[in-house]
Design a protein around this ligand. Sequence first.
Ligand code: ZN
Length: 95
Amino acid sequence: MAQLPYNPENPPQDPPTGADRVLWVIAIRLYQEHVGTDGMCLAPTCRQQANLWPCESYNVARAGLLFAVREAVIPAPVEPWHPVTRIRRLDSSSH
Ligand SMILES: [Zn+2]
């Protein structure tokens, strides 16, 4: 698993190191606007339409935050060997 440079349950107002700053600022504003309570979204645009939460904008905001840090994600350590190369083909082992 890759490690995110921020807490996805409580993303910070300021972009993490290495994040796309413009995208982060847009996404965090959307994220903070589309707050849910009792299964309903409290953002004015969603309240007009009685949208359930998590709404589409909330999901877009979370995706935007993730995309903003795509360059800053710490990759998982590489396995020294790939498990697939250790599997013998079944058809070559018969007979
Ligand atoms: Zn909403």
